[in-house]
Design a protein around this ligand. Structure first.
Ligand code: ARG
Length: 460
């Protein structure tokens, strides 16, 4: 086989299957740009510390930059024999620049290198996900502003409960995403700490300046303990955990969109360009995008469990097990970015059917609580009011009409406290407008919530 960078103590070539089995280059080459950035910073630090000659450092930096161009032009040949992205790049560097390339790995190990690469890469992905969630939130606020007066049924137990506005419902989604972004921002603080300098596990005998390297790479600080630095994958678990919860939110939105798009409910239409058809049933238009997002949620939750399980039995410090951290993290990023993007594109294109929503809110006695509250304002204790309205509902149900359709004399039969002014209370618009406090569904409150949301978005 090929001579390995670690071949000195070996008597025979690596078994061909073992070589392929232990290699990670097929997936970790994705870290190439961050591996190169880390190596450039490391070389500069070594030169500054006097460990590496200026000319060698210069050759290394230029060589790595040329290599980056080579990779981006698709002219780089990745070799499984060289195991991973780190050894591929180092070997090619030496091939290009000679002796100096062999000095790059002074005072470091692939153990601190890979942890650094993954953190650099993840930091960038967190920023990309954050921006995409922001785009989805912008779409939600814009739609919520337009639908601040649109009455729809609010549910508990999926039974009609009280009327709400469609805008209010959309802003509930906004809040879930706000927490997701806050969680990701908090996670980023722990991602953005530099392991480099831990070397294999114990640190290095060279006079390194970790703070300097960290500054070059934009890290907020350095990992305090070398054993922890190379063995910690909490940051990856935390990240996937934030994503798993984000996906739960997207999945719940997806579920509602699928329900709303069903012809039985018909609250929204999804534009054709976001739907697909059936290969057998000519009439079908299926909400595949939200369904797929709901499905991908399960996949990301699987990644979280995989990472937790990966770490649970590992003694300090580095173990090869850790190579298994990358695929779940990479796939999490891919699925999350795709899902958020799909929703960010879809939300502004939703076509709400205000008539269907209002008609649905008229069924199911959505204003029954309003009638009870009305009686309370007339001096009736709430428990009695509840009982009175319950009987009125039973009567209306038997008549096949809504509370608002009962004649005043009939209503007064249930309570003398009921008067002509009850009419306003029994309307859907009256019911939503009456919930007029922070967090309530009154259109004025929804508009105020949208304005605060816009200010929050602008400040991020
Ligand atoms: N490919 C390895 C990984 O992903 C890099 C570190 C390897 N270190 C080692 N001592 N084998 O974790």
């Amino acid at each position: 086989g090929t001579r390995k960078p670690w071949g000195g103590r070996f008597e025979e070539a690596t078994d061909a299957f073992v070589e392929a089995f232990t290699a990670s280059v097929d997936f970790d080459r994705r870290l190439y740009a961050h591996d190169i950035a880390g190596s450039i910073a490391h070389a500069r630090m070594l030169a500054r510390a006097g460990v590496l000659g200026e000319a060698d450092a210069e050759a290394i930096v230029r060589g790595l930059e040329a290599l980056r161009a080579e990779i981006e032009a698709g002219r780089f040949t990745w070799s499984v024999a060289l195991e991973d992205v780190h050894m591929n790049i180092e070997a090619r560097l030496t091939e290009r620049i000679g002796e100096a390339g062999k000095r790059l790995h002074t005072g470091r190990s692939r153990n601190d290198q890979v942890a650094t690469d993954l953190r650099l890469w993840l930091r960038e992905q967190i920023d990309a996900i954050d921006a995409e969630i922001g785009r989805l939130q912008e779409g939600l606020v814009a739609l919520a502003e337009r639908e601040a007066d649109t009455v729809m049924p609010g549910y508990t137990h999926l039974q009609v409960a009280q009327p709400v506005t469609f805008g209010h419902h959309l802003m509930a989604w906004f809040e879930m995403l706000r927490r997701d972004r806050d969680r990701l921002a908090d996670c980023r603080r722990r991602v953005n700490v530099m392991p480099l300098g831990a070397a294999a596990l114990a640190g290095t005998t060279f006079p390194i300046d970790r703070a300097y390297t960290a500054g070059l790479l934009g890290f907020d600080g350095v990992c305090e303990n070398s054993l922890d630095a190379v063995s910690d994958r909490d940051f990856a678990i935390e990240f996937v955990s934030c994503c798993a919860l984000l996906m739960v939110h997207l999945s719940r939105m997806a579920e509602e969109l699928v329900l709303w798009a069903s012809p039985h409910i018909g609250f929204v239409r999804l534009p054709d360009r976001f739907c697909t058809g059936s290969s057998i049933m000519p009439q079908k238009k299926n909400p595949d995008v939200p369904e797929l997002v709901r499905g991908k949620c399960g996949r990301v939750q699987g990644h979280l469990v995989a990472l937790l399980t990966l770490m649970k039995g590992q003694p300090l410090a580095y173990n090869k097990d850790n190579q298994e951290d990358k695929e779940p993290v990479f796939d999490t990023v891919d699925q999350v970015l795709g899902s958020v993007r799909a929703f960010a594109d879809l939300v502004p294109a939703l076509e709400p059917d205000r008539g269907r929503m209002r008609a649905a809110a008229r069924e199911g006695f959505a204003t029954a609580t309003d009638l009870a509250d009305y009686l309370v304002r007339k001096g009736v204790p709430f428990r009695d009011a509840h009982e009175i309205v319950g009987r009125a509902v039973r009567h209306a149900q038997a008549e096949g009409c809504d509370l608002a359709d009962l004649p005043l004399e009939t209503l007064r039969g249930f309570s003398e406290a009921i008067d002509e002014d009850v009419r306003e209370v029994l309307t859907l618009d009256g019911a939503v407008a009456a919930r007029d406090h922070i967090g309530g569904t009154a259109p004025a409150q929804v508009r105020a919530a949208c304005a605060r949301a816009r200010a929050w978005l602008a400040a991020r």
